[in-house]
Structures are given as structure tokens and as C-alpha cells.
Design a protein around this ligand. Structure first.
Ligand SMILES: [Zn+2]
Ligand SMILES: [Zn+2]
Length: 257
């Protein structure tokens, strides 16, 4: 099963060798599948799929579990790169929890895809993100720091993601997200989004303080030193047991068609 799925993915490299299209989004981004390999991880075995694109040197990847080619309603998570969170385990954001829980969630299902998009710091890059962190350390408030961090170029994100999903030949997806807005944005690039799976992180000793501070203060996530935290993923984080947006709609929702 896993071998078949891997072989099918590996064939995409040959298929895409001369692929060129008008591209997706205003920038006309076009991607090719250029590498596929087995990737055992601490949460299970994946196939990692590497993509080349015609616009910049960003090397996006997909983490694929099970047979997704030609499949319908494939559980899909979009994750934007966060070196400080994903790799260093920073507590200034929730990216690592979101990433690991996304991978775990996909692994627990028959099939699924996590697109790892190299959009560090909402697309402004690592250096600017760290500069914005520095401004926060000097006392900038959340709004000012948000301005310093800039705004994610959503159109570009979704255009690349949409082409990646098309390259993987998935017929339709169920998005693992707390952000219903993502559904329409992906939809505008021709991805059929058959529904939404709420992305809820189970409580653990590390995010317990998140729950506590969230419960104590309505609104923003503020750490024990009083510093506001910025949401780097375009999804508001939801920890199981925490009151918040996803609680208004905890069940799987079907949209469209
Ligand atoms: Zn293309
Ligand atoms: Zn982060």
C-alpha cells in the first residue's frame, strides 16, 4: 500500500519534467513535482514531495500520507514555515504545536496532505520577523508589532497551494483549519473544498499555560512576561477545552456543493 502510493507519487516527477502552464494567481506561479522520498517521522511514515516553482527559489514541500492521487475529500492542512517555532520550539507562537498536531491528525486518517509553505514570518522572511520580535521586546504593542511584521500575501500562498494540490491530482479536499476564510480563497483557484475539519490541539503541559492565560484574559495571548504573541499561521489556534472561535462550530462542516 505504502509502496504503491510512493510509486504513484514518484511517477509525477517524470510526468512534470516538461510541465509548464499559465500558472495560478496574479503572479502566474507554476510548480513541478521534482522529488519524492520516504520520510519516517516521530508521528508516522510519510512521503515527502518536493516542488520547484517558476517564480522564486522557495522550495515548498508536501507531506503525504496514504494514497491521495485521484482521491476525493483528502484531509489537507496548509502550514506556513516558522523556523523559530517549528524548529526551535519558540513559545512566541503556536506554530510547532499546530504543525505536529496537523501531521498527527493526518496520520490518524486513511489519507491526508500537509503542505509546508515556505512563507516565513507571514511572507516577510526570517530576518524581518526577528526584527519585529525585537520591536516587541522594546515595548511595541500588538498592533504596532503586527504592522512591523507586515501582512501575509494570501493570494500568493493560496496560488502555490492550489497548484501543488492540482499537481498531486487530488479531486477535492477537506481543509483542516479553524479559518473558514481559507476555504473560499482556495476555492477561487479552482480547488474543490468539500468541507472543513476543525484543527483542535489537545491540551498538554506545554500549552496548559496558553489555556490559563487565555482563560484569565479575554482576547490576546499574553505570556507570563506580559508580551503579546502574534499569530503566524493564518489560523487562530484552538486548544481542546479552550473557549474560542472554533467552539462556535465544533462539528465538521460541509460547504458548497
Ligand atoms: Zn503549472
Ligand atoms: Zn511561529
Amino acid at each position: 500500500m505504502a509502496d504503491e502510493a510512493r510509486r504513484a507519487l514518484a511517477e509525477l516527477v517524470e510526468r512534470d519534467k516538461n510541465h509548464a502552464c499559465d500558472g495560478f494567481g496574479p503572479a502566474g506561479v507554476c510548480v513541478r513535482v521534482v522529488g519524492v522520498a520516504d520520510l519516517p517521522t516521530r508521528v508516522g511514515r510519510f512521503q515527502i514531495v518536493a516542488f520547484w516553482n517558476n517564480r522564486d527559489a522557495k522550495e515548498h514541500v508536501a507531506m503525504v500520507h496514504g494514497d491521495v492521487i485521484g482521491a476525493e475529500e483528502v484531509p489537507t492542512r496548509l502550514h506556513s514555515e516558522c523556523l523559530t517555532g517549528d524548529v526551535m520550539g519558540s513559545l512566541r507562537c503556536d506554530c510547532r504545536d499546530q504543525l505536529l498536531e496537523g501531521l498527527r491528525r493526518i496520520q490518524s486518517m486513511e489519507r491526508g496532505i500537509l503542505l509546508y509553505l515556505r512563507q516565513e514570518g507571514r511572507g516577510i522572511g526570517l530576518i524581518n520577523k526577528i526584527r519585529a520580535y525585537g520591536l516587541q521586546d522594546q515595548g511595541l504593542d500588538t498592533v504596532e508589532a503586527n504592522l512591523a511584521l507586515g501582512f501575509r500575501d494570501d493570494e500568493r500562498d493560496y496560488a502555490v497551494a492550489a497548484h501543488m494540490l492540482q499537481s498531486l491530482a487530488v479531486k477535492s479536499v477537506r481543509l483542516i483549519t479553524n479559518n473558514p476564510n481559507k476555504i473560499s480563497q482556495l476555492g477561487q483557484y479552482g480547488v474543490e473544498v468539500a468541507g472543513r475539519i476543525p484543527h483542535v490541539i489537545p491540551p498538554n503541559e506545554y500549552n496548559k499555560f496558553y489555556l490559563e492565560t487565555k482563560a484569565k484574559r479575554s482576547g490576546h495571548y499574553i505570556d507570563t512576561e506580559g508580551k503579546p504573541h502574534l499569530a503566524e499561521q493564518s489560523d487562530p489556534v484552538m486548544v481542546d477545552g479552550m473557549a474560542g472561535p472554533a467552539d462556535e462550530d465544533p462539528a465538521e462542516t460541509d460547504v458548497g456543493r
